[in-house]
Design a protein around this ligand. Structure first.
Ligand SMILES: [Mn+2]
Ligand SMILES: [Zn+2]
Length: 202
């Protein structure tokens, strides 16, 4: 079995990675004890803020619980296809991924004695500006997605220290952009992260 020494992409400590039978690559300390972090992606935090519903998931809808029904819909509508459309639209508009190393951002935070790594991926940046592109089906969704993007940039600002953002907001069915400049509210970004952790984890 091949295994190799790398630096942890989160804490930078030297670790060993080896393939597991399920195809994943778990991380180990040099003494081969598990090397693990608590990781929260920025998109998890944003979905919690913008797409949370408070419905009881055990409620029966016909034969199925709401949770089973949502699961089935998700499988049918293919999350993967949705992600590919997103990458395609980003790429055709010049937001080509520059690779994991350039796009990946992270910051650790300690809340009630636990360390969490908050991770994200930038569409682009220049010296003092985060660039976030959104492809919006129609104008009806503009207001909601703009607020989502601003929250996202506030958190990215907190992670990177970059003071400004450029929102590239493209409305697909009008072939029109509603771009906007934004000053990252870094304190607010930090507050969104801390609130998510306090409300969802312990
Ligand atoms: Mn984007
Ligand atoms: Zn680590």
């Amino acid at each position: 079995m091949s295994d190799f020494r790398v630096n942890c992409h989160l804490c930078d400590k030297e670790i060993i990675r080896k393939p597991a039978e399920d195809g994943t690559w778990p991380m180990f300390n040099l003494d081969e004890t598990n090397h693990e972090h608590l990781v929260i992606s920025v998109s998890t935090i944003l979905s919690d803020i913008h797409y949370k519903d408070n419905e009881d998931k055990t409620k029966l809808i016909g034969e199925m619980t709401l949770m089973e029904l949502e699961d089935r819909i998700r499988r049918l509508s293919s999350q993967e296809a949705a992600m590919k459309i997103g990458s395609y639209l980003h790429a055709t508009n010049g937001f080509v991924s520059r690779g994991f190393k350039e796009d990946f951002i992270k910051k650790n935070v300690i809340v009630s004695g636990n360390e969490y790594y908050i991770t994200g991926s930038l569409d682009d940046k220049n010296e003092d500006t985060v660039v976030e592109a959104k492809f919006i089906a129609s104008r009806r969704q503009l207001k909601k997605i703009r607020q989502y993007a601003k929250d996202q940039c506030d958190i990215y600002g907190w992670i990177t220290g970059l003071p400004k953002s450029k929102l590239f907001l493209h409305i697909i069915d009008e072939h029109k952009n509603e771009d906007e400049s934004h000053f990252n509210n870094i304190e607010r970004g930090e507050e969104l992260v801390n609130n998510y952790i306090k409300n969802n984890l312990r």
